[in-house]
Ligand binder design. Structure first.
Ligand SMILES: Nc1nc2c(ncn2[C@@H]2O[C@H](COP(=O)(O)OP(=O)(O)OP(=O)(O)O)[C@@H](O)[C@H]2O)c(=O)[nH]1
Ligand SMILES: [Mg+2]
Length: 219
């Protein structure tokens, strides 16, 4: 359920970057952070081990006002991908309004990607999120690797799935913004339905998109 505060006309959306260890979740959020103007973004919070592995989560808070005057707060989280940190992953996933699943395009990572995707589905059940209705986008990251799984193979493999696929190289920022805006559009669509149900003025995906792009341009 979206976090809406009528007295201050504020909506808070939580989106989570999920996926196997080292697929590039933190790199995606750092790239988004770098795109935004310093006034609009909060401090990026990162909790990592010395090897740069996410230990608890990363959090990037972003805030802006839409043209209609609603204050939109985005909280972008990443989960730790390492298998051992499952209870942290569950806690971070809880009450998410949308998820970006970041897969690693390396051929050697297919099994890890599949196991992590199954873990996402299982953890959605555990924290009470309806996986079938969860706004979800899939990103295949690290397209710059020398021998990634070809895009055509990925699209064939996922053709029956209802989620959009994005190709990205988070290290250079390529595909990061498109993935994020698609994730936001889907998340906002579902949040807008919830707001409508409680009689609140809904925020639209276009307003979020405009707000984010204005912030990115302000840099
Ligand atoms: N070649 C290449 N390397 C990448 C890309 N994105 C991330 N990496 C590298 O992959 C490694 C892991 O990236 P992270 O963003 O820390 O991965 P993560 O998914 O947050 O990992 P955990 O926190 O352990 O779950 C780092 O060395 C990154 O620089 C990419 O697009 N291309
Ligand atoms: Mg990380």
């Amino acid at each position: 359920m979206a976090d809406y505060d009528a007295s201050s006309n504020r909506v808070t959306l939580k989106v989570v970057y999920y996926g196997p260890a080292l697929s590039g979740k933190t790199t995606n959020v750092v790239a988004l952070h770098d795109m935004l103007s310093p006034q609009s973004r909060g401090e990026i919070m990162m909790f990592e081990t010395r090897q740069d592995r996410t230990l608890f989560f990363d959090l990037l808070p972003v805030g802006f006002r839409t043209r209609s005057g609603m204050l939109v707060k985005l909280k972008l989280y990443t989960v730790p991908g390492q298998v051992a940190h499952d209870s942290t992953r569950k806690a971070v996933l809880s009450r998410a309004d949308g998820v970006c699943f970041v897969a690693d395009s390396a051929k050697s990572q297919s099994v890890n990607n599949a196991e992590s995707f199954e873990n996402l589905e299982a953890n959605c059940r555990r924290v009470g999120l309806d996986f079938e209705r969860l706004p979800l986008v899939i990103q295949f990251n690290k397209r710059d690797l020398p021998d990634p799984v070809p895009e055509k193979d990925l699209r064939d493999r996922w053709s029956a799935a209802p989620w959009p696929l994005h190709m990205a190289t988070a290290l250079t920022g390529q595909g990061v913004q498109q993935t994020f805006l698609d994730l936001m559009a889907r998340s906002v669509e579902s949040v807008a339905r919830e707001l409508d149900d409680i009689g609140a003025v809904a925020v639209t995906a276009d307003e979020i998109r405009d707000g984010f792009l204005t912030l990115a341009k302000g840099r």
